[in-house]
Write a protein that binds this ligand. Sequence first.
Ligand code: NAD
Length: 469
Amino acid sequence: MYLSYEDRGNLAAVIANWPQPNVEITCITDGSRILGLGDLGINGMGIPIGKLALYTACAGIRPEATLPLTLDLGTSNKTLREDPLYMGSRRDKVTPEEEQEFMDELMAALTEKWPGIVIQFEDFKNPFPALERYRRTYTCFNDDIQGTGAVILGGVINAVKRSGLPCKEHRAVFLGAGSAGVGVARQIVEFFMREGMTEDEARSCFYLVDTKGLVTADRGDRLADHKVYFARKDNNGQQFKSLEETIDYVKPTILMGLSTLGGVFTPEILNKMAAWNSHPIVFPLSNPSSKSECTFESAVTHTDGRALFASGSPFQPFSFTNSAGETKTYYPGQGNNMYVFPGIGLGTILSKAVEVTDSMIYASGKAVAESLTAEEADMGLLYPDLTRIRDVSVVVARQVIRAAQESKVDRETGIRDLSDSDLDAWIKARMYQPHGEVQSLEREVGSLLSSIGRPNGFIHSVSEENSKL
Ligand code: NAD
């Protein structure tokens, strides 16, 4: 569904046209920052459709209960505005005040029509104001900030465990202080606090670098609100203008890339990480692969095979002989948001939570870490095998439900006393199974054919084809 700024004042009436009666989840974008591709205006529609398809595939949310929503609030992309084939509004992007007024009306209209609806924000250029404004009054979350934070938290929990160093001895340099960078850093602060550090101690482990260098309180520019929390105050007036200067100053144990700058984790930087750490944690998270801060091959080669690695984009396994002459195959981890957001959505829908609390987001990341099997850990993986995603989503949904229960934001009170295994069975029974639909179709076709006296063999060949599909 597309909603235009021109529809303001009538959003409830437009939404009433949606043909499906029971919507459980919507994914909303205004197209203003699609992946690393910039402002695509209403051409961003592939994002909510694709994301909701993943909710169905990975967590079994019924397809007819999903609503992909693209807002046409104008576009700041001049090329699009001048393109005769562009189908969106040709007006410039509305002001933040106009956007807020529109969003207020939209959030109320969606929740009035479908009272339990889960609202997921996606790929907004500045996503922080809406999240702050609505997170306590509506059942909503932002996957760019919170989902990314949670999934990387899952990998970091496993990497920190494997590094052998306690949390308080870690120092993390983040290249990129946008929605993803700040979201990830916030979740890891929470992890360090749960491991016994105070908030100030935990926060002091983080060094964020943006286009102007290390984010410090006395750098001289006006910091965006979301960066202020991490601005360093212990730099004694010294400024560090680049990633290289910052890492020489910090000597990090963790290096995170959320900058969209392909190849900036150079062999020299990786060599230094390996010299300072027995197991350097290196997460080049920018997408697509061409924007990845380094490749898997480079991370393995330039740390002598010792890097604890996860990337945003997929890389192939890589065979390498280290300085001790041992040859082995290394497997890359991929910190794909798909490990968490489908389970967050499912757990929130099933618990009928009135709010998506910080503890529910945190629980989703922790659940991903706990889902790693002993075999996967032996292969050096930090994330579970993606082919087990539906099992992982059940664990994520269960932990999200438990966190909702603990924060008392759940309304499905009848499942509070279930054991973990009973709760898992309850969740699984509510997951949409495309295979189940195929089987019931086969049954229907089977009874139809037997009623006209056709042999059963035909059905078996259909069945085999379908299971291949
Ligand atoms: P964003 O535009 O909000 O932030 C980008 C940040 O990079 C900004 O802080 C900017 O200052 C910084 N930056 C840009 N050029 C720089 C330079 N030359 N030197 C230093 N810093 C520079 O984008 P975002 O939403 O935060 O996403 C960033 C990247 O993370 C994207 O590539 C996105 O695909 C990726 N991402 C990955 C995952 C995942 O793997 N799970 C999830 C979300 C986002």
